[in-house]
Design a binder for this molecule. Structure first.
Ligand code: S3P
Length: 168
C-alpha cells in the first residue's frame, strides 16, 4: 500500500492534472491539484495572482503550499509546472515522498495548451520556440528533482497510468 506522497512534476500542459486524477482513483488516494488549491484559497485565478502579486508572490504562495502538503503523507499531488524551481520545495517533496517527472516535446505541449489562457507565463508567448526555450532552461532542474521520468509523447492515458502504477 502506497503511503507516501506522490508528486507529479513537469512542464505546463504535460498532463499532470489528468494523470494525477487517474492515479488517485486507481490507488484510492487523495488528490491535490496545486493550482486549483491555490485559486480556491486565494479566491483569485492564477492570472490574477500573477497580475497582483507578480511571479515571486505566486511562488511564495506555492512554496507555502508545498511545505504544508509535505507535512502529511498520503496524497497524489499535481504540481504547478514551476513548483520545483525553488530548491526548498524539492527538498520538502523528497522528504515526504516520490517525485515523478512527466515529459513531452515542445510540439506536443504546444498542441495541448495553445487554446488555453490561464497560464500567465505563456499568455503572450504561445509558440513552440518559446516553450522549447523555457523547457530547456528548466530541464536540468526537472531531471535532478525526479525519482522517475516518464515520457508521455504518443502514449494514451491508459499507457501512462500503467507506467505510473509500475513505478510505485
Ligand atoms: C507554471 C505552471 C502553471 C501555474 C503557473 C506557473 C510554471 O501550472 O502554476 O501558471 O511556472 O510552469 P501548470 O503546470 O499546472 O499549468
Amino acid at each position: 500500500m502506497q503511503t507516501d506522497n506522490i508528486f507529479l512534476i513537469g512542464f505546463m500542459g504535460v498532463g499532470k492534472s489528468t494523470m494525477a486524477r487517474l492515479l488517485a482513483e486507481a490507488l484510492q488516494m487523495e488528490l491535490i491539484e496545486m493550482d486549483e488549491t491555490i485559486e480556491a484559497e486565494q479566491e483569485m485565478t492564477i492570472n490574477e495572482i500573477f497580475a497582483q502579486k507578480g511571479e515571486e508572490g505566486f511562488r511564495d504562495i506555492e512554496s507555502a503550499l508545498v511545505e504544508r502538503i509535505s507535512q502529511e503523507k498520503k496524497a497524489i499531488i499535481s504540481c504547478g509546472g514551476g513548483a520545483v524551481l525553488r530548491a526548498k520545495n524539492v527538498e520538502n517533496m523528497k522528504k515526504s515522498g516520490k517525485i515523478i517527472f512527466l515529459t513531452a516535446t515542445p510540439q506536443t505541449i504546444f498542441e495541448r495548451v495553445h487554446n488555453s489562457t490561464n497560464r500567465p507565463l505563456l499568455n503572450n508567448n504561445m509558440n513552440v520556440e518559446y516553450i522549447a526555450q523555457l523547457m530547456e532552461r528548466r530541464r536540468e532542474i526537472y531531471e535532478k528533482s525526479a525519482d522517475v521520468i516518464i515520457a508521455t509523447d504518443e502514449k494514451d492515458q491508459d499507457m501512462i497510468l500503467e507506467e505510473l502504477l509500475n513505478t510505485i
